[in-house]
Design a protein around this ligand. Structure first.
Ligand code: AMP
Length: 170
């Protein structure tokens, strides 16, 4: 059986020159490895103690939804502009490459007090910082972040006061 690390491919200069893009989608083509990864993520204390998971558009949805099913935790989605109906909270932030903005449906947060954030990869931390800022603006508690990959040299985790767990780091 292949190892998780072998399924994460690096593409140089994508989507911009100077970026080493980590493509995690190959994990989904190896269900046994994918399953092991989700079991490990779902066992995290951050997940166990959270009222709900919040997953980040779009690759965070793949891992977030699977963890939500296994851990029996509700899941909320932070989405890119123009995707969500209803009353939204929205924030713009800088990426390792470019700028983006994320929205959450206000109504979807109402029932929950504490959240575990899930995404595929932590780079500069701008994306997660945006989501935690949105949650905190609604007086919600962020218990921690879970990612599959962390790019350590970009020091994203230094932006947060909550714990960060990554399965693989570079
Ligand atoms: P950041 O806000 O800089 O932490 O970037 C994290 C978000 O951007 C994640 O949702 C990733 O999917 C994406 N991302 C940033 N840098 C990379 C990279 N080098 N390889 C793959 N995805 C990346």
């Amino acid at each position: 059986m292949k190892k998780l690390e072998e399924l994460i491919l690096t593409y140089k200069d994508f989507p911009r020159k100077g970026i080493f893009f980590k493509d995690i989608l190959g994990i989904a083509q190896e269900p046994e490895i994918f399953k092991e990864l989700i079991i490990e993520m779902a066992a995290s204390e951050i997940i166990k103690s959270a009222d709900a998971i919040i997953a980040i558009d779009a690759r965070g949805f793949i891992f977030g939804t699977a963890v939500s099913l296994l851990a029996s935790k509700p899941i909320i989605f932070a989405r890119k502009p123009g995707k969500l109906p209803g009353e939204l909270i929205q924030k713009t932030y800088s990426l390792e490459y470019g700028e983006n903005s994320l929205s959450i449906q206000k109504e979807s947060l109402k029932k929950f007090k504490s959240f575990a954030i899930i995404d595929d990869l932590l780079a500069t931390g701008g994306t997660v910082n945006c989501v935690s800022g949105l949650l905190e603006s609604q007086q919600k508690k962020v218990l921690g972040l879970l990612v599959v990959v962390e790019l350590k040299e970009l020091c994203g985790r230094l932006k947060f006061r909550f714990p960060v767990e990554s399965i693989i780091s570079y």
